[in-house]
Design a binder for this molecule. Structure first.
Ligand SMILES: Cc1ncc(COP(=O)(O)O)c(C=O)c1O
Length: 392
């Protein structure tokens, strides 16, 4: 990474007073404001400079009437997918959606009916469960399995469940919170099984640009026989634009796409935010070097934490995640119970992490730490953890 880029990412930028969830709402969510904010999945890095410039240029126009999801933003996304992921998508497959969580909801609402089974793989990002419950669908769980070499899918259980009335599967790829970058063989198996049992596969790929190893995240639509799959994407996670509300649903199948377009229309959600589509266009056109630098920075933060915790606190389970900028930490080895760990993190270590129970009952005793932040916050967090746990 070039030194000027490292300095750009290292520089602390105060977010206080911007109404951001992560730093300005600590008191509301954790009962105190003097914590290092290592929760909410956004970054403490300023975005690609060309994005900010494009927003300023458009803002100077001064008229912000109803807008269309410009062809430019779709073209820019298709270009990014081709350039960075080797995936060719037809722009006619793309639908604008305000956010990936909204898209999860639209998929469940539009592609299933009440009582249908929807399969998820716990522990998983909380809104996956919410999407199923909100619309009165049946939650079917295919828990991930933790082996000595990391997390895996349980394919026998998956097949058994898919064959019993499941209509839709929500895949998280890469997986939040366990940090797996699924291999091509694993994903092809999921596609083949869902196809065999007539199950629609929806793949949330919001973290796909954060593959931290040599192996890129294989995109679901690049697999064989994936024509009935729906891929959910967004530039917001990759480029720190979540407050702009912009994402895409990419569905090659015309019938599924029509149903999804109907759900967007019913929710009156098909008209984008001007700044969201401008930001997406600029990010996908100009963000390559920035993205490479951020991935490298996150990888270095990850390696620092794995080494530092491994040495000082081996009782905390901490494996290097393959993807996402989120680290899934196992505190069960402290033998303290979930609530006591939570209290220790907040009131003694003074760090804010996401509560593992947000990801399902499998997250009891676990907490999630965000590594997309200047190194000083990461070293501070590790030091606070060491002090708090050693002085128990
Ligand atoms: C797997 C996953 N999907 C979706 C989202 C949120 O997407 P959006 O902000 O576009 O609703 C997140 C945010 O952390 C996430 O981790």
């Amino acid at each position: 990474m070039k030194d000027d880029m490292r300095a750009y990412l290292d520089a602390p930028v105060s977010r206080l007073g911007t109404d951001c969830e992560k730093w300005d709402r600590l008191e509301r969510h954790f009962g105190r404001g003097d914590l290092i904010a290592m929760w909410v999945a956004d970054m403490d890095f300023r975005t690609v400079p060309e994005v900010t410039q494009a927003i300023i240029r458009r803002a100077e126009h001064g008229i912000f009437g109803y807008t269309d999801d410009g062809e430019a933003s779709r073209e820019a996304e298709a270009g990014w997918l081709k350039r960075r992921h080797g995936l060719t998508v037809d722009q006619s497959w793309m639908l604008y959606s305000p956010g990936v969580v909204d898209s999860l909801f639209f998929c469940v609402e539009a592609l299933t009916v009440p009582g249908d089974g929807v399969l998820v793989q716990p522990p998983v990002y909380g809104p996956f469960y919410e999407a199923v419950r909100l619309f009165g669908r049946k939650l079917v769980r295919n828990p991930l399995v933790r082996g000595a070499d990391g997390w895996h899918m349980d394919f026998d259980d998956l097949e058994a469940k898919l064959s019993q009335g499941v209509k839709l599967m929500l895949l998280c790829s890469p997986h939040n919170p366990v940090g797996r970058v699924w291999r091509r063989e694993e994903l092809q198996k999921v596609v083949d099984l869902t196809r065999r049992y007539g199950v629609i596969l929806v793949s949330d790929e919001i973290h796909a640009d954060f593959a931290l190893g040599e192996r890129p995240q294989v995109r679901v639509l690049s697999l064989q026989d994936a024509d009935r799959c729906v891929m959910l994407t967004s530039a917001t996670k990759s480029f720190n634009l979540a407050g702009l509300r912009q994402s895409s649903i990419i569905a090659p199948d015309a019938e599924l796409r029509e149903k999804l377009a109907g759900a967007l229309k019913r929710a009156h959600a098909s008209s984008p935010n001007i700044f969201g589509s401008i930001a997406q266009t600029a990010a996908y056109r100009h963000g390559d070097a920035w993205m490479d630098a951020v991935v490298e920075y996150v990888r270095e933060n990850r390696d620092y934490v794995v080494n530092a915790l491994g040495e000082a606190l081996p009782q905390i389970g901490c494996r290097p995640q393959e993807g996402t900028y989120l680290m899934w930490l196992d505190f069960t080895g402290l033998g303290m119970g979930h609530e006591a760990v939570k209290d220790m993190l907040i009131n003694r270590a003074r760090v804010a992490m996401n509560d593992g129970l947000f990801f399902g009952e499998e997250g009891r005793g676990w907490f999630r730490m965000n590594l997309a932040t200047p190194r000083a916050n990461v070293t501070g967090t590790v030091e606070h953890l060491i002090d708090a746990i050693r002085s128990r």
